[in-house]
Design a protein around this ligand. Structure first.
Ligand SMILES: Nc1ncnc2c1ncn2[C@@H]1O[C@H](COP(=O)(O)OP(=O)(O)OP(=O)(O)O)[C@@H](O)[C@H]1O
Ligand SMILES: [Mg+2]
Length: 397
């Protein structure tokens, strides 16, 4: 196929009207089934319109429940509906996952130059205070996926930002902290926790009916009329509803299915396209999870993988896994982790679904745990092989 063909096919798409409307970062004109959250957040932030500092807000809910979309939506509406300049800055703490980078982003927003690295944190804070003061306004700081920052670097920045108003006379800072991981609050200083949580906003998961409605509307914007088979949206909504009501997953599947249909030159997105999209996404997910595992977790998984590949139908007990793991570690000339740690690793692998573990009874010999690989073997192989050390190793066994 030539480059022209590719462009031509795109222009001639029978499926897409505006593909970008299905992309994850696009914030749609309406966010159905989030009225309550939108209204609450709007009420909390409204004082900024008359020049008083809004309370800090802590937003939490599972992944794909619309936290980021709602926050961006409300801030955008607020800016549109006001004569007063509403000052806000959005910082994603997964991309900016150090204290330094978060402060540097903030500094950039208020027109203060901070080098990419090198200054002491205290110095950055000092310059930031001067910059904030010069703004003479209320600055709403959104810290999205805030758990990434806190787990990595503690809560120094949050402590600073929840206290900074005491140092300011012309400006005020309000915080919106967003997370899908409630456990991270254990890492927070009690004072930080209470001031960040002046207001709290919970995002419940979407159910299948709500997801269907959301997808219906997004599809209407993005796809040509009649370019989707009747049951497709229902099916996609049902899948995502089972995955904790994750709207991002729903949109991912829909977009991928539409892409596959488009590539095939089909005139409609069908259930077959949904199935293909789903297995592609699941594969990527498993491979990605494996790629980012720490070495010893990979080694335990590699042991189970080798046992499943070579021993066929034989039951893989944790005892066999220990032995295999020790063999691998030995060959690498490394120190093994403790048996206790190995059994924790086995549990972790089970929780994320890469393996299945269950306890079986051996009659009078007691009980033992047996494991099996929970995703296609070739995905495990692909994930493990991204580690060059392991790749070499697996090939030689
Ligand atoms: N009510 C809705 N209507 C239309 N689209 C929605 C709605 N809720 C969420 N979405 C879309 O679903 C996707 C996921 O939403 P969002 O990014 O806001 O999730 P999140 O709660 O921030 O998840 P995470 O915790 O993983 O960051 C986005 O593409 C968003 O546009
Ligand atoms: Mg988000």
């Amino acid at each position: 196929m030539s480059v022209e063909d590719i462009f031509h096919q795109y222009l001639e798409s029978k499926i897409f009207k505006q593909r970008e409307k299905l992309l994850p970062d696009y914030v749609p004109e309406e966010l159905p089934h989030r009225d309550e959250q939108i209204m609450t957040l709007a009420k909390v932030l409204a004082p900024a319109l008359s020049g008083s500092r809004p309370s800090n807000v802590f937003i939490y809910g599972l992944t794909g429940t619309g936290k980021t979309a709602v926050t961006k939506y409300v801030l955008r509406k607020m800016r549109e509906s006001s004569q007063r300049r509403i000052d806000y800055v959005y910082i994603n703490c997964r991309q900016n996952n150090t204290s330094y980078r978060v402060l540097a982003e903030l500094a950039k927003h208020v027109g203060v130059k901070v080098p990419f690295t090198g200054l002491a944190l205290g110095e950055v804070m000092k310059r930031l205070i001067q910059g904030l003061e010069r703004q003479r306004s209320i600055i709403i700081v959104v810290l999205d996926e805030i758990d990434n920052l806190v787990k990595r670097q503690g809560d120094d920045v949050l402590y600073f930002l929840t206290r900074v108003n005491e140092e300011l006379s012309n400006s005020k800072v309000s915080l919106i902290g967003i997370t899908n991981d409630l456990k991270f609050t254990e890492f927070l200083d009690a004072r930080v926790k209470s001031s960040l949580g002046e207001e709290e906003l919970v995002f419940p998961p979407y159910n299948a009916v709500q997801l269907e409605d959301i997808l219906q509307r997004r599809a209407r914007e993005a796809l040509k009329e009649g370019a989707i088979e009747d049951d497709v949206i229902k099916k996609v909504a049902a899948i995502a509803a089972r995955q904790n009501g994750d709207c991002r997953l729903a949109l991912d599947i829909l977009l991928k299915a539409a892409d596959i249909a488009d590539r095939e030159g089909a005139s409609k997105v069908t259930l077959t396209h949904v199935d293909k999209a789903r297995s592609e996404i699941e594969k990527n997910l498993a491979v990605d999870i494996i790629k980012t595992m720490p070495l010893h977790v990979k080694l335990v998984l590699a042991s189970i993988y080798l046992l499943s590949k070579n021993e066929g139908s034989k039951m893989i007990t944790t005892g066999l896994v220990y032995d295999k793991y020790k063999e691998l570690v030995n060959k690498l000339g490394m120190e093994p982790v403790t048996s206790r740690r190995i059994s924790d690793i086995i549990n972790e692998l089970d929780v994320v679904g890469i393996i299945n573990a269950r306890v079986i009874s051996l009659g009078r010999y007691g009980r033992t745990k047996v494991v099996s690989i929970g995703v296609p073997l070739k995905n495990v192989e692909e994930g493990l092989a991204s580690d060059t050390l392991l790749k070499f190793f697996l090939e030689s066994m």
